[in-house]
Design a protein around this ligand. Structure first.
Ligand code: CDT
Length: 309
């Protein structure tokens, strides 16, 4: 049987003035906890190096292009990885022989901005990179909101889509936050044989376009990830940046979900907290080779509206 001992490393809030060095200290502390508990992979959340900056309108422009003064905005993006601030994390992970998954904002040399997740193996090598596919929120400053959700201003949609990586003795996929609400996310990776899908999130409890959803945030969070796990016979590791960050309350409830759809570990705080589970990758076949034997039972010819639409 193939096991991966996985740590889901939830983060509490990251303040606007918190430095990368301070945050990296927190990540390394979680890495040590993971190593002490036998983890070979520690999963950090979406945008794990900075505050969730899309809550502010930070450039001077009004159009869809980023323009004007972008000094603070640009300070939230990484232009290389590893870099001066994160090299310590890579070095310590390699020393401990613990792989990790890290979310951050990427500014490419040719000026593209993506919300990304990287998978780093136990030797400290980046073995996979994922750029967020489903970018939620809005493109322009909306002053009526208590806080902004300007992801659609600050990030481009992935041109790459969902891939899987052979790593940690299994087939691993990645997704970021809003991606977890869409069944296609899991299915596209399920069709590539995903045995474990890593998902980091920042989810404000206050959803301005329809506040009636606010009390359901925790329910919807687990609903979508448990369904995605079960319907594709895969482990799902859902990792939050939670707590009250710059006055905005965000969902915690980090979870590790089995291919049965059952939650096997869950965070109990809204702060930095590592939960772990021994994940049996061979458990995936119980679902992939029976009820969800895709080759035998799926009817793709009946689903053409999904790709034609
Ligand atoms: N980070 C992220 O994608 N958050 C969204 C918030 C809701 S859309 C404004 C989410 O789907 O959780």
């Amino acid at each position: 049987t193939r096991f991966i001992d996985v740590g889901a490393a939830q983060l509490g809030p990251i303040a606007r003035d918190e430095t990368r060095e301070q945050v990296v200290d927190r990540l390394i502390a979680l890495l040590h906890q993971g190593a002490a508990r036998g983890c070979e992979l520690v999963v950090f959340p979406e945008l794990a190096l900075t505050t969730f900056f899309p809550r502010w309108h930070l450039d001077d422009g009004e159009g869809d292009e980023i323009e004007g003064d972008t000094t603070e905005l640009d300070s939230y993006y990484e232009i290389e990885m590893p870099n001066t601030a994160t090299q310590r994390l890579f070095d310590e992970a390699k020393r401990l022989a613990v792989g990790f998954c890290l979310g951050y904002a990427e500014l490419t040399p040719d000026g593209h901005r993506y919300n990304v997740y990287i998978l780093v193996d136990r030797e400290g090598e980046v073995v996979g990179k994922y750029r967020k596919v489903h970018i939620p929120g809005h493109e322009r400053h909306e002053p009526w909101r208590k806080f902004q959700h300007l992801e659609r201003r600050y990030f481009e949609e992935s041109p790459d889509g969902f891939r899987v990586h052979e790593a940690f003795g299994g087939t691993i996929g990645m997704a970021i936050c809003n991606d977890r609400r869409w069944p296609e996310t899991y299915r596209v990776m399920g069709l590539q044989g995903a045995e474990m899908i890593l998902i980091g999130y920042n989810t404000p409890l206050d959803y301005a376009p329809d506040p009636s959803q606010n009390p359901l945030q925790a329910f919807h969070n687990h609903l979508v990830m448990q369904a995605g796990a079960y319907q594709n016979g895969t482990w799902v590791i859902g990792v939050a940046k939670g707590g009250v960050e710059e006055g905005v309350e965000s969902l915690a409830q980090t979870v590790i979900i089995a291919p049965s759809g059952q939650i096997v570990a869950q965070a109990t705080t809204i702060d930095d907290e590592l939960v772990m589970a021994r994940c049996d990758l061979d458990m995936c076949d119980r679902y992939k080779k029976t009820l969800f034997d895709f080759d035998r039972y799926r009817r793709p010819d009946m689903y053409t509206a999904i790709t034609d639409g």
